[in-house]
Design a protein around this ligand. Sequence first.
Ligand code: AMP
Ligand code: MG
Length: 402
Amino acid sequence: MISVSEAEKTILAHTINLSIEECPTPDAIGRVLREDIQADRDFPPFDRVTMDGITINYQYWKNGQKKFLIEGVQTAGSPPFTLQKPDSALEIMTGAMLPTGCDVVIPVEEITFEEKDGKKFATINTPQLIQRQNIHAQGEDRKKGDILVPANTLLSQAEIAVAVSVGKSTLKVTQKPKIAIVSTGNELVGIDETPEPYQIRRSNSYALASALSKIGIKADIWHLPDDQQLIEEKMSEIFRDFDVIITSGGVSKGKKDFVPWVMEKLQVSKIFHRIKQRPGKPLWFGKKDNKVVFGLPGNPVSTMVGLFRYVMPYLREIEGIERKPLQFTVLSEDFSFDRDLTYFLSVKIINKEGRLWAKPIPGHGSGDFANLLDCDAFVELPAHEKNFLAGSVYPLIPFRNI
Ligand code: AMP
Ligand code: MG
């Protein structure tokens, strides 16, 4: 049996290659960029006016002139005017290019306008002006040719905005892995079926698929009975079409736990089986060619620990996202666990005075998936400690937005 950190390291060392594809930029949220995005122009591309008001040549105001003849109005989206007389002004709007001959913008709130003999004048009321105030200078943010977004960035709306502004209508991104979710178990029936007294409805596949859909992956779902022959036949078909296969159930030491056996028959190399942890000890991990199998134990809480602690980071890794250090949280109450196993404690996250506290809600073991309704995350309690004191800091594995 290996430790949690060895399991993590081993899993991340067995990556598969995903191809690169073009994605329309407006649809690229949550995808992983596989090219650099460069600035095609300066940011901003011209001296951009940031207030509605007037613009003048600063020297005239500095020399004592307060009243200026308005020569015209420059709105956003029109070519820049040139000041005809250097001691005049132009009305100017936010987003317009700074007119030639002007170097300061005075907001409309600091100006009195008057009209006389068909001419319009502006008097500046403020006692203080700073040259180039209210002008967002060309190239101040980024220069033409700069790399704005490097490859391997997970795309958010910020990157989408920048990509479209440099005229990229499509982006090179990592293809999403094709994922199959396969649950096993004779005791499990479908959503619409009425379970016999000794049966339950299967839920793991839907928990797994829902979590994956949040990261933009649409997984395909199968359910197989605990039948060696059938599992082998179906799995060999599934294997052909998918990159990542996540099974649930059938990896423990029971008489009907056929998943490891079937994987061996299909020549999937076992990388490891079993991790020194609770819940989720029987996890099986294997690889064949450019495909991997996560054999998650069927107890629903174990399945979720396996998903969030190992599968999710693996998916980030193969998509090319930079590794993220673990987040941490503070235990709000003492907790004890005296086995030599890493314990994944279910917790509720409480935000108190800007700090995230984890309140233990241990539930009734790995089958108690209703307990997760009251929880937000798992806290990873190390194997070598037994008493975990309130105020101590431990890694946090959130399964909800907190
Ligand atoms: P197994 O890992 O197959 O030994 O299953 C362990 C426990 O988890 C058993 O009580 C199963 O009934 C339960 N279980 C397995 N798969 C599922 C599932 N898809 N949904 C809900 N419970 C499951
Ligand atoms: Mg089973």
